[in-house]
Design a protein around this ligand. Structure first.
Ligand code: DI6
Ligand code: FE
Length: 402
């Protein structure tokens, strides 16, 4: 067997499902050919005589991490709202008085594509330094047909510039823009649905998302949007049940959705529907923490129902100003009660499924992309235990050191 690269003396956390743990292979080797994992196993079983080894000196190797829910593309600053929230005002009340998403929309509309990409790249770099190789990036701060597409183009541009894999999501139904105030239905029909068709035709989006919430869109509007997404051949996901129980998780599961995200207020019916549809539950502890939410997502019920759980940053300028996936994982363990292997699966295997990329990334398996994170730690638990430490040795993406 010939490899382009053979990593030896590694400790692998393959994250392959089975024992519910890390899928460990000690004293392991991993062969890479044409950007893919071509061989994996104990060093004692390396097939034939192979040269060109890169010794990892017992370092741990995991799949490159995946942040499956971010809003990394935006312009402007909302730290004044942070101050207002510290003064006791709620996120919802700030939103209703013209702050919140609307503020970022104003700044984002005024920014050019280059400015948007530059800001996103800085934030993306923070994630890269923690071993992230794939990010999802949503639109949703443009809210016109042109500016939403500019945001999606910026997300595609960021992928090219960073060498990272980017999954772009159309989130035109993030908020009702001022020019449609009080007419959310008309905004859905005149802007969001035509945009779905355009984005699909132009290859700008990989999925469609919506903000189904009292301060966002109703379940009925979300349903119409999902019907259009399905017709355009795009999978759906949803900001569901974050501030109240609106039946969002059940709705997105009904459409075979990739993921239901937040899900703090999701009821047993929603959990059942997610389990039946294979919809991933994406936990976003950064938002829970930053807005001072007290209702936790129903982790025990999700676990009992066999719903795969992912963990993401929700990086955004309002409710989750956080560009650290490892911190999100730490919070998911401490605040929500995830086990360490669950948190790792949430940043790898289940995050891949939340993006529909489970055949491509998320585990160390022959045939998958050679997207790896290599760590200077004694035990995988350390990676999540520490906050702000970044014990990353390096990343290999599509077979190449970054
Ligand atoms: N994700 C979102 O998109 C909204 N909340 C959340 O957790 C709001 C984002 C924002 O305030 O900009
Ligand atoms: Fe979000």
């Amino acid at each position: 067997m010939q490899f382009d690269r053979l990593l030896t003396e590694a400790r692998l956390a393959t994250m392959v499902a089975g024992d519910g743990g890390y899928g460990v292979i000690e004293k392991a080797a991993l062969g890479i050919k044409d950007g893919r994992i071509a061989w994996i196993g104990p060093m004692s079983e390396i097939p034939g005589k192979v040269r060109e080894t890169e010794r990892l000196a017992s370092r741990w190797v995991t799949p490159a991490l995946i942040d499956c829910h971010t809003h990394l593309v935006f312009a402007g600053d909302r730290s004044d709202e942070f101050e207002r929230r510290l003064g006791g005002e709620s996120y919802e009340s700030i939103s209703r008085s013209g702050g919140g998403i609307a503020r970022s929309v104003e700044a984002t509309r005024a920014a050019g594509a280059a400015e948007l990409a530059a800001g996103a790249l800085t934030r993306l770099d923070a994630l890269a330094q923690e071993g992230v190789g794939t990010v999802e990036i949503k639109s949703g701060y443009g809210l016109t047909r042109d500016s939403e597409r500019t945001m999606l183009r910026a997300a595609r541009g960021v992928a090219r510039a960073s060498g990272m894999r980017v999954s772009a999501t159309l989130l035109a139904a993030h908020a009702v823009p001022p020019e449609y105030k009080g007419e959310s239905g008309r905004y859905i029909d005149e802007v969001c649905i035509p945009l779905i068709r355009e984005a699909a035709r132009e290859g700008l989006a990989d999925a469609v998302d919506a903000y189904c919430e009292g301060i966002g869109f109703t379940p009925e509007e979300t349903r119409r949007l999902f019907i259009a997404a399905k017709a355009a051949g795009l999978p759906v996901k949803l900001h569901a049940d974050q501030l109240s129980d609106s039946g969002g998780a059940k709705l997105v599961a009904e459409f075979g959705g990739l993921s239901a995200d937040h899900i703090e207020y999701t009821n047993p019916d929603g959990i059942k529907a997610m389990a039946a549809a294979g919809t991933v539950g994406v936990l976003l502890p950064g938002a829970y923490y930053a807005i001072g939410e007290t209702k936790k997502p129903p982790v025990e019920a999700l676990r009992a129902a066999g719903v795969p759980m992912a963990v993401a940053t929700d990086a955004n300028p309002g409710t989750s100003p956080m560009v650290s996936l490892l911190t999100a994982a730490n919070m998911a363990c401490i605040l929500f009660g995830l086990t360490l292997p669950e948190a790792f699966a949430g940043m790898t295997r289940h995050a891949a499924a939340a993006l529909g990329l489970q055949d491509e990334i998320g585990t160390l398996e022959v045939g998958k992309a050679a997207d790896l994170a290599i760590w200077d730690v004694e035990r995988p638990a350390e990676i999540i235990q520490w906050i702000g430490r970044r014990p990353l040795h390096g990343r290999i993406l599509a077979g190449e050191w970054q």
